[in-house]
Design a protein. Structure first.
Length: 297
């Protein structure tokens, strides 16, 4: 493959170093070049006001919100260019906004999946967004086949395969639903590297993406925040959801006194379980879960 024209972690003036040389709209988050086989994507905190939620789900997977500030997102313009970039021979370069006019190059990426999720637009109205899943160029992901059992590994048209935005009736139900569908669930799967956070069980059609702070108690950002999610086997999910277990910040399980210890053992819970790869971003959510659990750490 042709050498990248950008240096990882190097800061560039977006207008003079990127768009003036290679073309593309210098104000758009997705900026295809008309003169080069390149697409530039830019991510930053300012996108939250438009309902954008981007970030590294794991060291090799970056989830990126499509463009469009009002109404449901559609596969047009920049979103269409990203969806079809491999078919059209376009390379995608990911940049992180640093300050006004300046961006840091992270890496070259390629899309391998996409899905819909519920978010808000600039006015605060609920809408359906598009989430792209990119992997670093050269990275090999241990993607289980059942991750895509309902979503073929990126096709020409998501709608062709029945992946369509929810209708008005379904949309109403999403507002009060638990995590477990679409783009958010996939982000949780990538974050926990395709296995239960507690047991390591890796049959994805069995595992449940569970909010740490429940949907009903979370704000718009927290509902979409990958750090507010755990991927759990059904037994642990049911206990966690009902505040019958929780976890310390070091990952050690906490058992409720509401259930006799012998009853825990009958369902395979030993009290010695531990989550090994919590991040400090998870701690604020676990703190709130432990309050609900009524434990004083």
């Amino acid at each position: 493959m042709e050498k990248s024209p950008f240096i990882p972690e190097y800061i560039y003036n977006r207008r003079t170093d990127i768009n003036s040389i290679y073309g593309g709209n210098w104000q758009s988050g997705i900026s295809p070049s008309a003169n080069h086989p390149y697409i530039f994507i830019f991510s930053g905190k300012s996108g939250h006001q438009h309902g954008y939620e981007d970030g590294w789900d794991n060291p090799n997977v970056f989830s990126y919100t499509g463009e469009g500030q009002a109404g449901d997102m559609k596969f047009t313009k920049g979103n269409l260019a990203l969806r079809d970039h491999k078919k059209n021979g376009k390379r995608v370069f990911l940049f992180e906004n640093v300050s006004k006019g300046y961006v840091k190059f992270k890496c070259e990426v390629e899309v391998f999946d996409a899905d819909y999720f519920e978010t808000h637009d600039t006015s605060g109205a609920t809408r359906i967004g598009i989430k792209f899943f990119f992997k670093r160029i050269g990275a090999n992901l241990p993607l289980p086949a059942d991750l895509f059992s309902q979503t073929p590994i990126f096709a020409d048209s998501l709608e062709k395969y029945g992946i369509v935005p929810p209708n008005s009736t379904e949309r109403k139900g999403l507002v009060n639903s638990r995590v477990g569908q679409g783009a958010y669930r996939k982000s949780i799967i990538h974050r926990w590297e395709y296995k239960c956070a507690v047991t390591g069980f890796n049959k994805l059609d069995i595992l449940i993406a569970s909010h740490i702070v429940p949907w009903a108690d979370a704000n718009d950002h927290e509902r979409l925040d990958v750090d507010n999610g755990l991927l759990l086997s059904p037994t642990y999910d049911a206990l966690f959801d009902r505040n019958l277990i929780s976890f310390e910040n070091n990952g050690k399980i906490i058992l409720s006194d509401e259930i006799n210890f012998n009853a825990y053992k009958k369902i395979g819970v030993t009290g010695k379980e531990k989550i090994n790869n919590l991040s400090f971003h998870n701690y604020k959510y676990l703190d709130r879960h432990r309050i609900r659990f009524n434990v004083n750490i």
